[in-house]
Design a protein around this ligand. Sequence first.
Ligand SMILES: NC(=O)C1=CN([C@@H]2O[C@H](COP(=O)(O)OP(=O)(O)OC[C@H]3O[C@@H](n4cnc5c(N)ncnc54)[C@H](O)[C@@H]3O)[C@@H](O)[C@H]2O)C=CC1
Ligand SMILES: [Mg+2]
Length: 345
Amino acid sequence: MVMHYRSLVRSSAKSLQLFSCSRDCSSYVSRMRYLMRLKEDDEACRRALQSGNVLLYHKLAPLLRQQQKGIYQLKVLQATDVKGILGKLGKDEQLLNTSVLIGCSDGDIAQFSLDVGCLEKDAVEEMCGGVFTDLRKAFFLLEQPDTPLVTKGQALLRWHQTHAYCSASGEPTQSNQAGSQRVCLTNGATYYPQMAPVVIVLVSDGRRCLLARQSTFPQGMYSALAGFCDMGEVMEETLRREVAEEVGLEVESMQYSSSQHWPFPQSSFMVACHATISPDNAEINLNGAELEDARWFTLEEVEDALKRKPLPRSVKGEPTAFWVPPSYAIANKLIREWVNQQKKP
Ligand SMILES: NC(=O)C1=CN([C@@H]2O[C@H](COP(=O)(O)OP(=O)(O)OC[C@H]3O[C@@H](n4cnc5c(N)ncnc54)[C@H](O)[C@@H]3O)[C@@H](O)[C@H]2O)C=CC1
Ligand SMILES: [Mg+2]
């Protein structure tokens, strides 16, 4: 692959810079420059696809394979395998060209995702020795390092499936080979994949933390407060507004924690923060239109919840025990950070 990559970048004057960089810079830098070039150069991207790795999806459900009982991995195919499957099912190999670029492996192999929703699901599963699995379920089955790639693959495919037409002209849009943009064939308008920014915040009064639930959450699950950014807002404004709107509290201070791409129900860019309010003004005034419940939880209650499995079974007649989002959700990270902070001497 390295040889292929080098012969590929030698092909244009512009790429000479890239060639020298691939020898001198860190492998991370050369991988990022390589991906950048594949987004800009359709021909180079088509060539990379021929020797690339492909994650298959069926109507946006990724293909997993069971490694051992209960242990699942992403099923990664070579582009040549995909062509073989298409051939056996009597489909045009051109379907492979609708793959979108999602990354580059440590071994410099370009990675793509492809939705084969037009093929018979069972037939593809049988040929690949895998099973197409709903993404939410896949999150529980996969090891943590696999989840960002599988999420990105699904999000980019979904974006293409829902942006086939220009919102100004109503005419079809066409993707570049990498799938990093779509252009309207009549007016030239360019569309790029989008994520909606969301602030998620764990509010504390110094002793307890505030968790809430929407009526659509699984039974017993409480999470941190979250809300979409309004147009023109900065993160700090969204955070203060959402806390005020949802639980009627005034934030005193806030601290950034980390961020996450969240694919449900559509792509969100989650910015996770901690915030404090004064213990003297900690009375919750719930916005019942958005939330079913919001409560203050003690450190002990939260530690117990972290130990519980999702959807704990209720003993007949008793309410389901309180639990928190699983580890792949950034809400879980905020909650763990808060617990660790509380336990500091
Ligand atoms: N990864 C994680 O740990 C968590 C992720 N989330 C995600 O955060 C997101 C926002 O949380 P909510 O409390 O539902 O937001 P929210 O409090 O802003 O309320 C949702 C409402 O906002 C409006 N809205 C404004 N802009 C929107 C947009 N771009 N897309 C969709 N609706 C928009 C709609 O009326 C919608 O019903 C959700 O997608 C949820 O899945 C929520 C909690 C935990
Ligand atoms: Mg909300």
